[in-house]
Design a binder for this molecule. Structure first.
Ligand SMILES: CCCCCCCCCCC/C=C/C(=O)SCCNC(=O)CCNC(=O)[C@H](O)C(C)(C)COP(=O)(O)OP(=O)(O)OC[C@H]1O[C@@H](n2cnc3c(N)ncnc32)[C@H](O)[C@@H]1OP(=O)(O)O
Length: 359
């Protein structure tokens, strides 16, 4: 959801009420986002080198380049919200504390060494994502976006990373009928993917084993993807009478070129980790025997980099695309709303649930 003028004004008031000084770096960022949101790109003359304060302000504003006013307004609101939640919450989880095991039924969330780890935890179902688990992932990401960690990692417990949407989600039909279920599911899907699009910190996938469906498509929204050589990447949408989601209809052709994206998204070709790396979907592949050790050593080193700089770099890399990604997400979700009601999809799902089919 975009921040309104009202949200922006309320954020400006909240800044005045902050109990703790957020430090010069954050104050400069607030200043720059405020100027960009209200006046647009910086076109003031650059202050002289000895005018330190005004030069620092000018540099911060000028660094935002042609960031659209609406995006600057949204970023300002997000930044203030992260400041107010961290100063208000005395029970906030600090890195090193293990939290969430009571809070989440399908996830294990821990925070240590500046890294929040969100682990899918339904190993007996190959970490298939139930309706409740979609909600829990959104909650965990929102909490991670505001906690003290610098990097957020998503991974899976057991032999699978994730087998995608839990096909049993199709059986839980509300009193409004299957049309109502499809409508609610499209809203949930849009919100779920939107949470990844808007995630403000470096987001890393540690793909410990095979990945299927939506757990693959959203990888295009991560900042880095490390995979065990046991991992595979499979998006069998046509086999299931479905169509792509997670913004893959946009990110995959961009990452790997349209021809390779077609093989995955339309023909359902399963990629090995090596192939996915060669096509740019995966950052690096590690032997399974040393995967955890090598990846976590590297992530711990990355987590010591300056957090504000990493967030800002992510913004600079991603922000121009955000609007496009939200539009793609809305379109994909609305197409799927129709697909879920199609005979092709209903038959494929029934075949799986009655154990007549597997991928
Ligand atoms: C009316 C509209 C409602 C719509 C609601 C949708 C909401 C948002 C949707 C977002 C769009 C997402 C799309 C996708 O993700 S598409 C991909 C979906 N995933 C699959 O099709 C995978 C299905 N699973 C399999 O083919 C195999 O299980 C798999 C190859 C993954 C593993 O095979 P293996 O032989 O190694 O293991 P088992 O099959 O024995 O698995 C162990 C048990 O786990 C159950 N399981 C595994 N994956 C799923 C799954 N995705 N959904 C439900 N259940 C799953 C499996 O059945 C086994 O159970 P049992 O022990 O009871 O047999």
């Amino acid at each position: 959801m975009r921040a309104s003028q009202e949200d922006f004004e309320s954020a400006m008031n909240q800044v005045k009420l902050l109990k703790k000084d957020p430090g010069n770096e954050v104050k400069l960022r607030l200043y720059a986002l405020y100027k960009q949101a209200t006046e647009g790109p910086c076109n003031m003359p650059k202050p002289g080198v000895f005018d330190f304060i005004n030069k620092a302000k000018w540099d911060a504003w000028n660094a935002l380049g042609s960031l659209p006013k609406e995006t600057a307004r949204q970023n300002y609101v997000d930044l203030v919200s992260s400041l107010t939640s961290s100063s208000e919450s005395s029970t906030q989880v600090k890195p090193g504390a293990d939290r969430g095991q009571q809070e989440y039924e399908n996830l294990v969330v821990t925070s240590e060494d500046g890294i929040t780890k969100i682990m899918f935890n339904r190993p007996t179902r190959k970490n298939a994502i139930s309706t409740q688990m979609y909600q829990e992932i959104m909650l965990a990401l929102k909490a991670a976006s505001k906690d003290d960690s610098t990097i957020t990692v998503v991974t899976g417990n057991g032999d699978y990373y994730c087998s995608g949407n839990d096909l049993a989600n199709f059986t839980d039909i509300p009193p409004g009928g299957v049309e109502e279920k499809a409508k609610q599911s499209a809203i949930m899907l849009r919100d779920f993917v939107g949470t990844f699009i808007d995630f403000p910190k470096p987001l890393v996938a540690v793909v410990n084993g095979p990945a299927v469906g939506i757990s693959v498509t959203i990888l295009g929204l991560f900042d880095a993807v490390y995979a065990s050589d046991r991992a595979t990447f499979h998006t069998p949408f046509s086999h299931l009478g479905l169509s792509p989601e997670g913004c893959a209809s946009y990110t995959f052709p961009k990452i790997m070129g349209p021809a390779k994206a077609t093989e995955m998204l339309i023909f359902g070709k399963k990629l090995t980790a090596g192939e996915a790396c060669a096509q740019g979907l995966v950052t690096e592949v590690f032997p399974d025997s040393t995967f955890q050790k090598e990846v976590w050593t590297r992530l711990k080193a990355y987590s010591k980099l300056p957090p504000n700089s990493m967030r800002i770099s992510k913004q600079v890399i991603r922000n121009m695309e955000k609007e496009k990604l939200h539009a793609v997400n809305a379109e994909e979700s609305s197409v799927l709303q129709e697909r879920w009601l199609s005979d092709e999809c209903i038959n494929a799902t029934m075949n799986f649930l009655s154990k007549k089919a597997k991928l």
